[in-house]
Design a protein around this ligand. Sequence first.
Ligand SMILES: Cc1cc2nc3c(=O)[nH]c(=O)nc-3n(C[C@H](O)[C@H](O)[C@H](O)COP(=O)(O)O)c2cc1C
Length: 214
Amino acid sequence: MNRRKFLKTAGIATGGIVLACGGLGTAATITPPIDLIEKQIKGDPNMKKVLVTYSSKAGSTSEVAAAIAEVLNKNGASVTVAPIKKVDDISNYQAVVVGSLIRMGSWVGEAKKFVETNKAVLEKIPTAYFTTCATLKEDNEKTRAEVAGYVEPVHQILTPVESALFGGKMDTSKLNFFDRKITEMMAKGENPNGDYRNWDEINAWAEKLVPLML
Ligand SMILES: Cc1cc2nc3c(=O)[nH]c(=O)nc-3n(C[C@H](O)[C@H](O)[C@H](O)COP(=O)(O)O)c2cc1C
């Protein structure tokens, strides 16, 4: 689905949901408990400290961040994995990987804001981006171009050393009522759920980062 069609569908869905929910608006935004990965992996003290930070709604992007961190750590780096909202100060890191899911045709606001806020530091050290999305459940030239368009505004803020586009995972049981309804309506009666992450691709990309970041 292209961006315009997506936004139109989401707009209609949102309107319908808001009307249907009425006074239940607050309940519609209650999110089931999600485990977002947060950890520090010690490496060689003589090597770089790397931050892998991410924005994730339902948790799957956090697992991608952790996989990238493991590869960097196996290559010697000390790596901190944390959701963006838990990161205050990045001055301690010598390289940063920032990831976000695509939500309604763009990176999540907090991830974009993280790059904006920390631009002065990020542009002095190797910074890479990764993106997860449902569009790449079909991976071809057209879908890649579409997702590249979603990420372009973040490239405009800061050009990364690398930027990966990955198929993600849709799990509506982990979404709030509002997001679940949007994704169900977008799926037009088909099952919206599926895991499109390609771990070989994710690990290979992380290996590619090693000479660029460490
Ligand atoms: C409310 C909502 C809107 C989404 N909008 C898009 C979209 O516009 N384009 C897209 O390719 N994927 C979209 N997705 C799919 C997610 O980007 C994908 O499932 C991602 O891997 C979820 O990551 P998470 O498990 O870390 O939240 C959307 C998902 C949700 C829940």
